[in-house]
Design a protein around this ligand. Sequence first.
Ligand SMILES: C[S@@+](CC[C@H](N)C(=O)[O-])C[C@H]1O[C@@H](n2cnc3c(N)ncnc32)[C@H](O)[C@@H]1O
Length: 203
Amino acid sequence: MLYIVGIGPGNRKYMTEIAKDVIDRSEIVIAGKRNMESLSENNKEKFYLSADLKEMKNYIIDNKQKDIVILASGDPSIYGIASYIKRELGNILDIEVISGISSIQYAFSAFKLDMNDVYISSSHGRNPNYNFIFMHDKIAMVTDKNIGPYEISQEIRKRNLNYNIYIGENLSYSNEILTITNSNEINRKDYDMAVIILMKIKD
Ligand SMILES: C[S@@+](CC[C@H](N)C(=O)[O-])C[C@H]1O[C@@H](n2cnc3c(N)ncnc32)[C@H](O)[C@@H]1O
C-alpha cells in the first residue's frame, strides 16, 4: 500500500495522530530532507526525494509489495506531490491520501483571518497566471525563492492594483516571522520559505 501523508507545516506538534500512526506502521519512508527531519528517530528504510521524480517512481514500483509512506508538507492535495503520484501510479497501486494542516491554513490562523472565499494558487516552481489570480479579492499563495512576496508585489504594482500582503515565513518553526505590509510598500527582496495572503484594497 502507498500512503501519501500530509505532515503539516513542519513543527511535529501540528502532525495529526493518523499521520503518526501510518508512518509508524510503514516499512519505507520517502521524503525530502526537511520533511524527513520532522520525523523522530527510527530505523525505517528511507528514500530521499530529489528533483528526479522518475527515480522515485521506479523505486516505488520496485518496492510495491511493501507499505510505503510518502511525506508531503502541509496538505498533500495543495500544490503537493499527490497529483504526480496519482497520475503516474494511480492505476497500478492502491493509494491512500491522508490530509494534513496546510501551511496556508496555518497562515490564516496565525494572522487571525478567515479563509472563506479564498482563491488558492502557487508560484512554487511555476509562472503564475497573474491576470487571473488578481481577479480575486482574497488570495493565498505558496511561493519559492524565485517568485516570492517581492516579485508578486511587483506584478500587483504593474497592474495598478493594491493589496495588503500578509507574509508568513517558516510557519510553525521557532524562527517563524509574520509580517503585514502592502504591495506598494514592500521593498525587502529575500524571504525564507513563505506563504502569502493577499487582501485587495478597493478604491
Ligand atoms: C510545494 S509547496 C507545498 C505546500 C504544502 N502542500 C502545503 O499544504 O503547505 C511548498 C511551499 O509551501 C510553503 N510552505 C510549506 N511549509 C511552510 C512553512 N512551514 N512556512 C512557510 N511556508 C511554507 C512555501 O511557500 C513552500 O515553498
